[in-house]
Design a protein around this ligand. Structure first.
Ligand code: HEC
Length: 181
């Protein structure tokens, strides 16, 4: 009789221990699996949608004008191949460079000349108009090429008066097109 009681008591105690052990184990494994899922999340953080490429800051006025000239050629090609996105991007670059041109210009007499500032402002304004035309839902290529001519007209006006030529007048007229007579 005593033995039965002892055995029963032992069995109950073991059962309790077994239950505690199982409970502990499952609690542990639950804890272990958590950090694993937590770790996975930050890894897939989203990159912000890429905006259009930032425009490189020109190192000086000459570099600025060279970039303007490069973008003028890019637009010329884009207009003939009817690539509106490229034309829009390059027109925005010219607008941006125009907005920086006066502050980058090393020559005070140019920076302060009324006509110089006006031609510069015209380049900025007309390039912005070109950018908007090229960015239209249905680009009107006739308007775009007319507007492109208006933009290059501002280059020519300013270059005719202000772009420095060497003595033999051989320096190319800044991509503005016209050569001085
Ligand atoms: C407000 C005046 C002004 C306007 C507008 C202007 N430029 Fe110029 N650009 C200059 C001056 C001044 C120089 C000469 C810089 C020098 O020799 O120091 C120049 C030089 C250049 C050069 C030669 C850079 C080099 O030294 O290799 C290019 C290319 C050029 N311009 C392109 C353009 C284009 C394209 C436009 C129109 C979209 C334009 N520019 C509009 C004033 C202007």
């Amino acid at each position: 009789m005593n033995r039965i009681i002892i055995l029963t008591a032992f069995a109950s105690v073991s059962a309790v221990f077994a239950l505690i052990a199982v409970g502990h184990m499952s609690a542990q494994s639950a804890n272990e699996s958590k950090p694993a899922t937590n770790e996975a999340k930050p890894a897939e953080e989203k990159k912000p949608a890429e905006e259009k490429p930032a425009i490189e800051e020109p190192k000086d006025f000459e570099a600025l004008m060279k970039s303007v000239g490069k973008n003028k050629l890019i637009i010329k090609k884009a207009v003939s191949s009817k690539d509106a996105a490229t034309a829009k991007d390059a027109a925005e670059k010219i607008r941006y460079y125009a907005s920086k041109a006066i502050e980058k210009d090393p020559k005070k007499e140019r920076r302060e000349a009324k006509d110089y500032k006006e031609w510069n402002a015209a380049m900025e304004k007309e390039a912005a108009a070109l950018r908007d035309l090229a960015g239209a839902k249905t680009p009107d290529w006739e308007k775009i090429s007319k507007q492109f001519e208006t933009v290059t007209g501002t280059c020519d006006s300013c270059h005719d008066k202000y772009e420095e030529k060497d003595e033999d007048n051989k320096k190319p007229a800044g991509g503005g097109g016209k050569k001085k007579k």
